[in-house]
Write a protein that binds this ligand. Structure first.
Ligand code: ADP
Ligand code: MG
Length: 261
């Protein structure tokens, strides 16, 4: 059985063998504070091109803040992040967000726009692409996530799983080097979770670099190349799924796994 055997390619996915460009990240000594509250305390992390990194850890440990730093939704206080060899702190945030996409727990779709328009909007607004060209790309990305037939539905007429696929199509449409996922299945009805996880596993197989904050330990074990355990603003352990889940070193990780597994 392959490492991702439990997450087969969704039958709805377009057969096209998309090969993503898959950038790398090198996070060094990253510090971040909300006012007096120090939330990231010297985070170091390496993400190799075309790999899947799953970030796990207790609530409040700084996982979301780490992702937000990686595309500068919040500004780090210290340290640096290299995207390929470019410092993200030296980039304009708009330029960074074309290269590093993000998908959120609550989809963040525009309710008054169709699925197609939601995917088109970032292309026309951020990339300044003409509408007809944006529509062509948006249709292709919706097909990639199995939603070609739902292009003209508004978010309210789609299931949570379908809305999350639209959000993933929107991220893909920017042709990013890295996609960040913050608990993207946490708000979904249980029967819809697997479809979204399958899609993410498939993107990983096609070479997308992904950093995924998740509570889905089965997914992390099967799909991740690297699992990162955070607690209290620090990376406590990072390693292969086998190292993290079967051979945890620290008391904190052992305790966390005992709570969640
Ligand atoms: P996680 O995603 O691991 O649950 P977060 O990164 O969301 O953790 O939060 C880390 C810490 O930062 C928590 O103590 C949280 O309460 C605090 N925090 C998060 N967002 C904000 C904010 N916008 N303002 C102030 N404190 C925040
Ligand atoms: Mg969070």
């Amino acid at each position: 059985e392959s490492a991702v055997g439990a997450y087969p390619v969704a039958e709805t996915l377009a057969p096209a063998e998309v090969r993503f460009k898959g950038g790398s990240l090198a996070v060094s000594k990253l510090d971040m504070a909300y006012g007096e509250l120090q939330v990231l305390k010297g985070v170091d992390l390496t993400v190799k091109p075309g790999t899947v990194t799953c970030v796990i850890g207790p609530s409040g440990s700084g996982k979301s803040t780490l992702l937000r730093c990686l595309n500068r939704l919040v500004e780090p206080k210290g340290g640096d992040v290299l995207l390929d060899s470019d410092s993200i702190l030296a980039m304009k945030p708009e330029k960074l967000r074309r290269r590093v996409g993000m998908v959120f727990q609550h989809f963040n779709l525009f309710p008054d726009h169709t699925a197609l328009e939601n995917v088109m909007l970032s292309l026309t607004k951020i990339k300044g692409m003409p509408k007809h060209e944006a529509a062509r790309i948006a249709e292709a990305r919706l097909a990639d996530v199995g939603l070609a037939a739902r292009a003209h539905h508004r978010p309210g007429g789609l299931s949570g799983g379908q809305q999350q696929r639209v959000a993933i199509a929107r991220a893909l449409a920017m042709d990013p080097e890295v996609i960040l996922f913050d608990e993207v299945t946490s708000a979904l009805d249980p029967e819809l979770v697997k479809g979204v996880l399958n899609l993410m596993a498939d993107l990983g197989r096609r070479g997308m670099t992904m950093v995924i904050v998740t509570h889905e330990m089965g997914f992390a074990r099967k799909v991740a190349d690297q699992v990162v355990f955070m607690d209290e603003g620090r990376v406590i352990e990072a390693g292969t799924p086998v190292a993290i889940f079967d051979n945890p070193q620290s008391e904190r990780l052992k305790h966390f796994l005992a709570e969640v597994l």
